[in-house]
Write a protein that binds this ligand. Structure first.
Ligand code: PLP
Length: 459
């Protein structure tokens, strides 16, 4: 947490803490059912939740119903959803076309574990959008990054991987390193240490991971020069979306591409979040980069668990020839294929995606106007259909910059919005998503609630 330097910022932080205290009481009054369920569930599920990141302070709201852009919790509170499953619902909740596709598939079975016709069709829809030749399906983003790393190791015959400090790539051992390390334990900013994010990780996995700062080509080059003959791949989010939205510096991604090529190291773009939300063809396409492998999940399924990873034919040859194993009972099952086909072919067309991006820009402009009017130490960041407010005057370029943003202001912002029916991603590392179902009214409501927050904070 930042130690505020000037009195004006100190005053804002004190005010943010007061707002948080008041709003936590309001939250508790509005959500007794969620609170009770959280207490009951904790005796059956660790932390009371099915996945640890579903827990957030003071306790998570328990949802009973979702449709379009709305979620309703067990206490009957309605929220306009801008969290959308941490960016998994560019299509919005239960889009009618998605719902029809699922219903129709139910009539024909949900699992064959032998190919279905839609496998080829959905593969084709992905290949049209993304810079890869061949693609395989998975069930989650975690599987996509795990399998892409194995493909990279199979292709290069090397073991180590490089990842950026602060980046999250799922929950398999190798990438649960330096996800949110305490800065005091993370060593030099230019040459960060590999810090485990969890107990229980394999020590071999830990030894195989090298950590670099995002947006630092010099540090990457030094790492590749020193260890290039042991490194299979550098896995990175082309736009870092697990610390707000951190844009690549001009030339960074091309620099990574050139350096990795020079050292015989593969470039894996983890587009689980940026996928179809940053651009019709992902952030790689938006920035004109040709990675060796691309990982996908979240929004390509429209709300069902599906992922994919694709690569150059040469890199995927290991899987084609059977030398590299890629397996999974549920991979490419007909239910998720029907959902994904509906999303990629029928729902998220270029035209409706552009409209969602337009609404996002309008929301960002409204937030920016409030920030400027009040002179807050904050700024907005845009990436396609996603956006965020970051509580620092300067753009964030690295994990260390992100750590010095103001988390007190960010939390007060989040809880204020929740109490006014605007569901933003909890956890402060995330960003909002504008789905193809959000309306101008939804945007106005969000902007108005943010204006209220700024007024309460800064007068
Ligand atoms: N990669 C990135 C960039 C992510 O943000 C996430 C999840 O948030 C993952 C991978 C893992 O995806 P999943 O939760 O579907 O396993």
């Amino acid at each position: 947490m930042t130690t505020p330097v000037d009195p004006a910022t100190q005053e804002l932080v004190a005010r943010a803490k007061e707002i948080t205290e008041q709003e936590l009481k309001v939250f508790e009054d509005r959500t007794p059912g969620s609170k009770a369920q959280d207490a009951r569930a904790s005796s059956r599920l660790p932390m009371g939740v099915p996945s640890s990141f579903q827990f957030y302070d003071p306790y998570p709201i328990v949802v009973r119903h979702a449709r379009g852009t709305r979620v309703v919790d067990v206490d009957g509170n309605e929220f306009v959803d801008f969290n959308l499953g941490y960016g998994s619902l560019l299509a919005g909740h239960s889009h009618p076309v998605f719902a029809d596709a699922i219903r129709e598939q139910l009539e024909h079975g949900t699992l064959y574990v032998t190919p279905c016709e839609a496998n080829e069709e959905v593969a084709g829809l992905l290949i049209e959008r993304f810079p890869f030749d061949l693609v395989r399906f998975t069930n989650s983003g975690t599987e996509s990054t795990m399998d892409a790393i194995r493909a990279a190791r199979g292709f290069t015959g090397k073991t180590k991987i490089v990842k950026a400090e602060g980046a999250y790539h799922g929950h398999h051992d190798e990438v649960l390193v330096s996800v949110k390390p305490p800065v005091a334990e993370a060593g030099d900013a230019h040459h960060p240490l590999a810090v485990p994010y969890s107990e229980g990780l394999s020590t071999t996995a830990l030894r195989d991971v090298l950590v670099v700062p995002y947006n630092d080509l010099e540090a990457l080059e030094e790492t590749l020069v020193e260890h290039g003959d042991e490194i299979a791949a550098y896995i990175l989010e082309p736009v870092a979306e697990n610390m707000g939205i951190v844009l690549p510096d001009e030339g960074y991604l091309q620099g990574v591409r050139d350096l990795t090529r020079r050292h015989g190291v593969l470039m894996i773009c983890d587009e689980v979040k940026t996928g179809i939300t940053a651009h019709h063809g992902g952030a790689s396409t938006r920035y004109g980069i040709e990675p060796d492998l691309v990982c996908l999940a979240k929004s390509i399924g429209g709300g069902v668990p599906v992922g994919a990873f694709g690569g150059r034919a040469e890199v995927m040859e290991g899987i084609a020839s059977g030398r590299v194993m890629h397996l999974g009972t549920f991979n490419g099952n007909p239910l998720v294929m029907a959902a994904s086909r509906a999303v990629l072919r029928d729902i998220v067309t270029q035209e409706v995606f552009d409209e969602a991006c337009g609404r996002n820009r309008r929301l960002l402009a409204a937030c920016r106007a409030e920030i400027d009017r009040a002179g807050l130490p904050a700024h907005t960041v845009e990436m396609g259909a996603k956006g965020c407010v970051t509580y620092s005057p300067e753009p964030v370029r690295t994990y260390r910059d992100y750590k010095s943003t103001d988390f007190d202001l960010a939390y007060a912002h989040w809880i204020w919005m929740m109490n006014r029916g605007i569901f933003l991603p909890p956890g402060l590392d995330e960003q909002w998503l504008i789905s193809v179902q959000h309306t101008d009214d939804d945007i106005d409501r969000h902007a108005e609630a943010f204006g209220g927050f700024v007024a309460a904070l800064a007068g």
